[in-house]
Ligand binder design. Structure first.
Ligand code: ADP
Ligand code: GLC
Length: 483
């Protein structure tokens, strides 16, 4: 079959700029679509923090017009590791010169509208006629609208279809209705959601959902959940109306980067046939967190996360301290986010200094050590579009404790102790009581070493590689002309 021409546009791409799983997934998609023989363009901002990267200058200047504002930009190339993809980085210091990926204010509307336009302009300059313009999350969700409006005149895009992948519906890019003027959307204000304009706002994500040829999201369960009130974040009606064009495609993981048999961040290696190296990782983990290493048989529960309400941390205060008080257990957590969670975990560490370690911040190597050195991994999410950490945990023989929601429900199989089947501990209710029950269950499993080892092996044998998922994107892209 003829290769497809695909233009991806996103606010985050690993390893250049990452706030969460979005960056990993966009990078993996570009890499694997390229490996499958397609022609890939990947467009992202050149953030201040990327200044030191090696870039190749294209000599291409763009003028990005967003309403009355005009931004000068230069296109610079940098290589996406382990691929032939040259990332088109949009160098516009007025827009992206700061350190932060997201400013969290109204300027973000201009920053990401401009990025989305840059994707079209890059295609024009390169004479690249994409079959697919692939947008990710709210930041680039105006792409389907631009395809029908600002770039509709250009024959280059005559056969271009759009896909919007929803990684997280909780972030929608909602802005006051009056900003449509400044953003240059007034010409076709009729295409925006009229009732919401009357209510005083418009949203990037909603506009993308309205006009994308197809919408995908990152797990099967989440694709159903977002059509209901509990997880739909107010967009459930619209998503139901577009259900025929909405598909769940589960994320994969980078099995080369996340491989306990070769991970360069680990002091020792292991695989399903011989887990002895995991004990050395546990020792290193304890040392790193200043915990005593005399007793390595004590169970350790790990966590790596953005500290936001999505991740279910409000269940922790009424569950974990009870257990820490009662049991010989260690808990190590790496993350940053909202103050209330950060101060809680500081408090927990001060209260149980010999049992708890908290590292505030973002630390890639440490995240690998936590995955490898822990016995159990905590992910009690309120909602989880897919989740990557539970898959990393499974691959590292670290049994995840998850709530049955979104991608967690799809990737972690509940343990049946009698049969020795399953891969992790799954609970249903979003309650501290249910979490406590799951933690108790996990510890009792840990105290049955033969059974625990068997479950670890089940977990390590599961295959979440991107090779298994990329075909679903290719199928979707090929079906677009009929949708
Ligand atoms: P989300 O995208 O909602 O944050 P995911 O599980 O999909 O959740 O992806 C999170 C990614 O970010 C994982 O690769 C995880 O290892 C990484 N990550 C999150 N917080 C940290 C941190 N503090 N340090 C290092 N890596 C982190
Ligand atoms: C989002 C979601 C997470 C998902 C990631 C990548 O940040 O919160 O569940 O794995 O995107 O798709």
């Amino acid at each position: 079959m003829a290769p497809l021409r695909i233009c991806l546009v996103a606010a985050e791409v690993t390893p250049f700029a990452k706030a969460g799983g979005l960056a990993d997934v966009v990078a993996a998609l570009a890499r694997h679509l390229d490996r499958a023989g397609h022609e890939v363009r990947l467009v992202m901002p050149l953030y201040g923090r990327m200044r030191e990267l090696p870039f190749k200058d294209t000599g291409t200047d763009l003028e990005l017009r967003v309403g009355e504002r005009h931004y000068q930009a230069r296109v610079r190339l940098t290589d996406l590791p382990d691929s032939n993809v040259a990332v088109r980085c949009i160098d516009a210091p007025d827009l992206y010169g700061g350190e932060a990926l997201y400013r969290g204010d109204e300027e973000d509307a201009f920053r990401f509208a401009a990025l989305t336009k840059a994707a079209f302009e890059v295609c024009q300059r390169e004479g690249f006629a994409p079959d697919v313009m692939h947008a990710h999350d709210w930041h680039t969700a105006l792409a389907p609208l631009y395809l029908r409006t600002a770039y509709e005149w250009d024959q280059l895009f005559a056969n271009t279809r759009s896909v919007l992948t929803i990684h997280n519906l909780a972030y929608q890019g909602k802005f006051p209705a009056h900003m449509t003027t400044a953003l240059g959307l007034d010409d076709r204000r009729d295409l925006l959601h009229q009732e919401h304009l009357d209510e005083g706002y418009f949203s990037f994500m909603e506009t993308g959902i309205l006009y994308a040829t197809a919408i995908s999201t990152v797990s099967h369960t989440y694709s159903h959940q977002i059509q209901g009130e509990e997880y739909g974040e107010g967009l459930e009606g619209l998503l139901r109306a577009r259900a025929d064009h909405l598909i769940g495609i589960p994320n994969g993981i980078d099995v080369d980067e996340w491989d306990p048999a070769s991970d360069p961040h680990l002091p020792a290696h292991y695989d399903a046939s011989d887990l002895s190296g995991k004990r050395e990782c546990k020792r290193a983990l304890f040392e790193r967190f200043g915990l005593a290493t005399e007793d390595l048989d004590v169970p350790v529960l790990g966590c790596v996360s953005r500290l936001t309400p999505q991740k279910g941390f409000e269940l922790v205060p009424d569950a974990l301290p009870v257990l820490l008080h009662r049991e010989d257990l260690r808990f190590v957590i790496l993350g940053s986010g909202e103050d209330r969670y950060e101060s809680y975990f500081h408090w927990l560490q001060e209260t149980f200094p010999t049992k708890v370690g908290f590292w505030r911040g973002y630390d890639e190597p440490l995240s690998h050590l936590i995955e490898a050195g822990s016995d159990l991994f905590l992910m009690p999410s309120r909602f989880e579009p897919c989740g990557l950490n539970q898959m990393y945990s499974l691959r590292y023989g670290t049994l995840p404790i998850v709530r049955r929601t979104g991608g967690l429900a799809d990737t972690v199989e509940p343990i049946e102790p009698g049969a020795g089947t399953g891969t992790g501990i799954v609970f249903d209710d979003f309650s501290s009581h249910a979490l406590l029950g799951a933690l108790e269950h996990a510890i009792s499993l840990y105290r049955q070493p033969d059974l625990f080892l068997r479950i670890q092996r089940n977990a390590m044998e599961r295959d979440f590689s991107w090779e298994n998922q990329i075909g679903a994107y290719e199928d979707l892209f090929r079906r677009l002309p009929e949708l």
